[in-house]
Design a protein around this ligand. Sequence first.
Ligand SMILES: [Zn+2]
Length: 104
Amino acid sequence: MASPPQNIRALKDNLLLEIVWSPEEQVQLPFSFVRGRCPCANCVNEMTGARMVGPNEVDSNVSPVQMGFSGNYALTIEWSDGHHTGLYTWDYLAQIAAEHAAAE
Ligand SMILES: [Zn+2]
């Protein structure tokens, strides 16, 4: 289980979501990457696990208009395209951060 981040910031000038896990461990993920990894049932088929809305389907200039927390286990993001049903658990954020690092 990933522990809760110490800080999460939307760097709107750079279109990056900054997640600070600790002073030594922090990542910056492009908004469109995070939006394209939305884990909700509108974006991923619950039966097959197939991704229906991915990075190619989202606006490259998408940005969060509001962020919040669900309990102490997940980040919620309302995006500029109106989408808001994704629940990004700490584990999931750690997973997509690793995916992003591997793709670089
Ligand atoms: Zn979604």
